[in-house]
Design a protein around this ligand. Structure first.
Ligand code: ADP
Length: 362
């Protein structure tokens, strides 16, 4: 968002306008004092090209008209050189100003149209996958609700017997409580995804965030005798994304890795977290590799499906939500076999632009 100042200009506009005015004044002076053979007015083209980046189309047209008028005034004030050459050069300058204004305004409009189309496509893609997700959620919440109904019927029947079978009625009530809490857990996990909050994207250091999240899971890691190795090079560039959301993703991957190594006590208890710059230098990749039970090759994509879980108390939303978050932040997430003989989950995030300005958006 650009902020407006009291004088009606946007922040950062005043120095730009001063620069344009100075450039116009300089071109006007040179065009007037030099002879007809020097078409200094052609340089108004550069002023117009700059203006199209900073100004609204209407202001650019006004500026271009002013440049044209100044070109004609310079011509009338100049008295040295061949008059015919002056007419030709003035004509060329006026045509150059008009054509540049027309083409650059068309270009800006085309860029805006591309931006709009891209936004619309992103929205459509999100709505489609949310539609699929909603169907899965409805199914997943319906199951415990159906079980609650069945157990409630049983509970009522055990209480209605003479004498009432309190023990069996109590067990049915426990099943009701367990199923109800499963349904509410599903809803709680989905709420984060469906809250529709736009990510607040800013530049941040991924390594520092990894250390913070590892700190939160430290108790669990030590209790289970897991050997955790971190490879977080200090010279990595900062990434651009929503720090809180990416923290959720890292926590998710770490907890999954802990679950995977604990699922088979016979396996080594090792987890590695490795950050690196991608080959083209445009992103930073984070890999969470473990020596756990791994997954079958054909399951690599299914891991990200909503409600796909192999755990007894799993929900199967962690990786679905992680994928939605990473993609909303301009990255990619996937699963591979790890060199530690278990699974490796990797995601990328774009490297932050140099000024790393804060921005919001989906
Ligand atoms: P949940 O943890 O509730 O099952 P997730 O979406 O986080 O949900 O994970 C889905 C499934 O992906 C898990 O049940 C498991 O089968 C598989 N998975 C995720 N991480 C790993 C891992 N590090 N190693 C092996 N399997 C994994």
């Amino acid at each position: 968002m650009t902020r407006r100042l009291g004088n009606g200009l946007e922040r950062g506009q005043a120095p730009r306008i001063a620069l344009l005015v100075a450039a116009i004044a300089a071109i006007f002076a040179v065009d007037t004092v030099t002879n007809y053979a020097i078409a200094a007015a052609v340089f108004y083209v550069a002023v117009i090209l700059l203006a199209t980046r900073w100004m609204r189309p209407r202001s650019v047209v006004i500026l271009a008209s002013a440049c044209g008028t100044l070109t004609v005034i310079s011509f009338t004030l100049t008295h040295s050189g061949l008059y015919e050459v002056g007419i030709i050069n003035t004509g060329i300058s006026l045509v150059a100003i008009a054509v540049t204004t027309y083409l650059s305004l068309k270009l800006v409009a085309a860029e805006a149209a591309i931006h709009d189309a891209r936004e619309r496509l992103t929205r459509i893609a999100r709505v489609t996958s949310l539609g699929e997700l909603t169907a899965s959620i409805a199914h997943e919440v319906n199951q415990p609700l159906a079980a609650v109904m069945t157990s409630a019927g049983a509970c009522r029947r055990w209480l209605a017997t003479d004498p009432p079978n309190i023990e069996k009625a109590e067990r049915a009530a426990e099943r009701i409580a367990a199923e109800a809490s499963r349904a509410s857990e599903v809803i709680a996990r989905v709420r984060g995804l469906a809250s529709g909050k736009s990510p607040i994207r800013a530049a941040f250091d991924l390594g520092t965030l990894v250390e913070e999240i590892v700190g939160l899971a430290r108790g669990q890691i030590d209790r289970n005798d897991i050997l955790l190795r971190l490879y977080l090079p200090e010279d990595l560039p900062r990434v651009f994304g929503d720090r809180v959301q990416i923290g959720q993703v890292i926590g998710n991957l770490l907890l999954n890795a802990i679950d995977a190594v604990m699922a088979d006590p016979a396996r080594g208890h090792e987890i590695e977290v490795i950050a690196s710059l991608t080959q083209d230098g445009s992103s930073v990749a984070l890999e969470v590799a473990d020596s756990g039970v791994g997954f079958r090759e054909q399951e690599a994509e299914r891991l990200f499906d909503a409600f796909w879980t192999t755990k007894q108390d799993g929900i199967g939303l962690g990786l679905t939500i992680s994928r939605a978050i990473v993609e909303a932040n301009g990255g990619r997430i996937w699963a591979e076999e790890s060199e530690l003989d278990g699974a490796a989950l990797l995601f990328t995030l774009p490297v932050a632009p140099v000024d790393g300005e804060e921005e919001t958006g989906a």
